[in-house]
Design a protein around this ligand. Structure first.
Ligand SMILES: [Zn+2]
Length: 507
């Protein structure tokens, strides 16, 4: 036995240890990369007296957090000069990441994720150009491998609506000179075309996902409004044939909702269902604008939703109907979308935000229990990202992906003893309390210090290699296009909204 990871509480996620799966004065016995046993520390210590003890009664042991949707941005868009805006507007602006090295950016992202106790993530690749597509993918994948994190690595692709939802109509509305410049600058895809895409997917699929590999391949088409029917059918076929997972941005924004109602007379979810795209291997990132029928369809197809509440606030997307997802039995994960509320990763804070955003006015029933939010950010996310029972829970046979949380900031100077550890983590925990992080039985971070990554060298390299993005010129092409994009989007909002949640009254 290599380690006994010890804590005042061990949150296993196993129902046989009660509704929160907690063992008091417990430990996790780790051999190689596997959890061999969980139980009382005293019992395990006498079974495995030679194992190195990590932790003490000051710590709580929890499964590693799963960030089920993010884009591998180490430095945030704000750090690189951007400001939050409505999603369609911010993605339309200049690319603040242009001056950042692909490998270092992702490695830095891994560093900050590990510091917040994230052991597994989905990387939703964001391409820079078709010319560098494969090289960027290889560099980013190399960064995850070097970091030691577990990753479901998603290959992105899009083949329509590169500027806004309804490119032809939008371009036709512009004066000629502006139209030509806009089409030239923004009209082409930044991703590989389908042939190159599937070639890359097959190559990577063969290289990834071995038994000892902490990476697995995902297909991540950008979204239904950015992908043609033919492309999505091809991706669906490829995923089924090769046993790959799919994640797709779906109904993140109000404008995506109206695009589908206008163009197809139905919601994006119904459109995807009719393509036979939705299945248990598919997760929908965001789902803010899913309606009642969409939620029922998602649940019936066994597809999952990954909830990204911080990003949805920052990018003015809205508040996803989390408790309706939960009530309908939709499988759930949680993600930071590289836009966490405090501009640095913190899954415990994200759980707290998710919990508080569902507290809509009034005394109505139906709130999603905190333990289920915690589950979405651990075992639920692991399952959504295709890892099944490999990680996300602490049980014999699972991989040792776990976190030691320092309980002092949570319980000092006093915490009523009947508060459960899971609820205390969601109320009072945060990235700052993360002490030790283990993936696959390997300690990546201990006592607040990186073990595998050379933090000093990484920071130095990141600073050295950044090329600052130029400031946007208000009278440049972007400045002239932005008001037109806003008008175009707003002028097409003819379908009335009947919200799930009512926050105030203008009447
Ligand atoms: Zn995203």
């Amino acid at each position: 036995m290599d380690y006994l990871v010890r804590g005042k509480f061990v949150v296993t996620m196993q129902p046989r240890y009660g509704s929160h799966g907690v063992i008091r004065d417990g430990a996790v016995a780790v051999s190689g990369r596997d959890v061999v046993e969980v139980g009382r520390y005293r019992d395990l210590k006498s079974s495995y007296p030679a194992a190195a003890v990590v932790g003490s009664s000051r710590y709580w042991v929890v499964p590693g957090f799963v960030n089920a949707h993010q884009h591998g941005k180490g430095l945030t868009d704000f750090q690189l000069g951007g400001l939050d805006d409505c999603f369609e507007i911010s993605r339309f602006g200049g690319d603040p990441r242009a001056g950042v090295d692909s490998y270092l950016d992702v490695l830095y992202a891994c560093k900050t994720m590990i510091e917040s106790g994230i052991t597994t993530c989905l990387h939703y690749n964001s391409s820079r150009s078709p010319d560098t597509y494969e090289a960027d993918v290889d560099e980013r994948l190399r960064a995850y491998r070097d970091s030691g994190m577990r990753v479901s690595f998603g290959l992105d692709i899009r083949d329509r609506n590169h500027i806004v939802y309804g490119d032809d109509e939008f371009l036709a509305s512009l004066p000629r000179s502006l139209r030509e410049q806009a089409a030239e600058r923004y009209g082409a895809s930044r991703t590989a075309g389908p042939d190159d895409y599937f070639r890359a997917a097959r190559r990577l699929g063969d290289e990834m996902g071995g038994d000892s590999d902490r990476t697995r391949l995902f297909l991540t088409p950008a979204g239904p409004q950015w992908c043609t029917e033919d492309l999505l059918r091809a991706i669906r076929g490829e995923a089924t044939e090769r046993g790959l997972g799919i994640q797709i941005h779906v109904l993140e924004t109000r404008y995506q909702r109206s695009y589908f109602l206008r163009e197809y007379g139905k919601s994006a979810v119904q459109w995807l269902a009719e393509l036979d795209f939705l299945a248990p291997d598919v997760s929908l990132a965001h789902g803010v604008w899913l309606n009642r029928d969409d939620i029922a369809t998602t649940a019936a197809k066994g597809a999952a939703v990954v909830h990204n509440p911080s990003s949805n606030l920052r990018l003015r997307s809205g508040i996803a109907p989390l408790m309706h997802f939960h009530a309908a039995g939709v499988r759930l994960g949680m993600g930071l979308d590289s836009s966490p509320l405090n501009d640095r990763p913190d899954m415990l804070q994200e759980m707290r935000l998710a919990a508080n955003l569902q507290r809509i006015p009034g005394a109505g029933p139906g709130l999603m229990p905190l333990a289920d939010i915690f589950r979405a950010a651990t075992a639920g996310g692991a399952e959504v990202l295709g890892w099944g029972a490999t990680c996300g829970a602490l049980e014999p046979g699972s991989r040792a992906d776990l976190v030691l949380v320092d309980s002092r900031p949570i319980v000092e100077p006093y915490l009523a003893s009947h508060q459960t550890p899971v609820e205390a983590l969601v109320y009072r925990g945060g990235a700052g309390a993360v002490d030790t992080v283990m993936v696959d039985g390997e300690i990546l971070y201990r006592g607040g210090k990186h073990v595998r990554l050379d933090e000093t060298a990484l920071l130095k390299e990141v600073k050295r290699k950044i090329t600052p993005a130029p400031r946007r010129k208000p009278r440049g092409l972007e400045g002239r296009l932005l008001p037109r994009v806003r008008d175009f989007l707003e002028s097409r909002e003819e379908h009335p909204v009947e919200p799930f949640y009512k926050f105030n009254d203008a009447g």
